[in-house]
Design a protein around this ligand. Structure first.
Ligand SMILES: Cc1cc2nc3c(=O)[nH]c(=O)nc-3n(C[C@H](O)[C@H](O)[C@H](O)COP(=O)(O)O)c2cc1C
Length: 177
């Protein structure tokens, strides 16, 4: 059944729970035009500049960072529980070394409004265009967070993506349970 357009707030609590539980899948497009998928655990959704925004945090060492600099658009895909293995894999292997879509039998379905595809096997999809980015700055960061999250530097870039499309499987909530 075709995935249905939904309001960006529709499954927000469920999406945030998946982010904190095992991670969601962020898809970007490299200079070579090929999609790359990486697991994210940190992100936030809200209302800024009169727009719905999905903010993701990506460390400069990630191949995804290079992709977002090349093509400032991304999709965030909320996986069902059955995809836990693929989510773990995409959180430890780099797209510099492997095509993770192929390695995990994930299907890249063209985005409706952005260049990067969505992960078909996921159940909720946010398509985003970057409208602002900035870096975590050590000088203004709490010392406690600096110690816990940045022992090796690699301070995240925050990418603020305007959410331009959101859609979900009709049985998304059942698959997340
Ligand atoms: C549960 C989980 C959550 C993660 N969250 C993030 C994140 O929010 N930001 C980030 O930069 N890396 C995060 N990572 C690490 C990347 O997913 C990992 O380094 C990945 O291999 C990078 O892929 P890439 O080089 O293809 O971009 C997370 C990893 C896991 C397992």
């Amino acid at each position: 059944m075709a995935k249905q357009d939904i309001q960006f707030t529709a499954y927000l609590s469920q999406s945030l729970e998946v982010l904190s539980r095992g991670g969601a899948l962020l898809v970007s497009t490299g200079k070579n035009g090929r999609p790359n998928v990486m697991t994210i655990g940190w992100g936030t959704v809200g209302w800024i500049w009169g727009k719905p925004i999905f903010c993701v945090l990506v460390r400069p060492s990630r191949y995804t960072h290079e992709c977002l600099e090349a093509t400032p658009e991304f999709t965030v895909n909320i996986p069902p529980r059955s995809l836990a293995g693929a989510v773990a894999y995409c959180g430890k292997v780099s797209g510099r070394d492997e095509d993770k879509f192929a390695a995990q039998n994930l299907t890249a379905t063209p985005g409706r409004r952005v260049a990067p595809p969505v992960v078909e096997e996921c159940v909720i999809h946010y398509e985003c265009r970057v409208v602002e980015k900035n870096s975590v700055i050590q000088q203004t960061l709490s010392a406690e967070i600096d110690r816990s999250a940045y022992r090796s530097g690699d301070y995240h870039t925050l990418y603020f993506g305007e959410i331009v499309a959101v859609y979900a499987d009709a049985d998304a909530l059942t698959k997340l349970a």
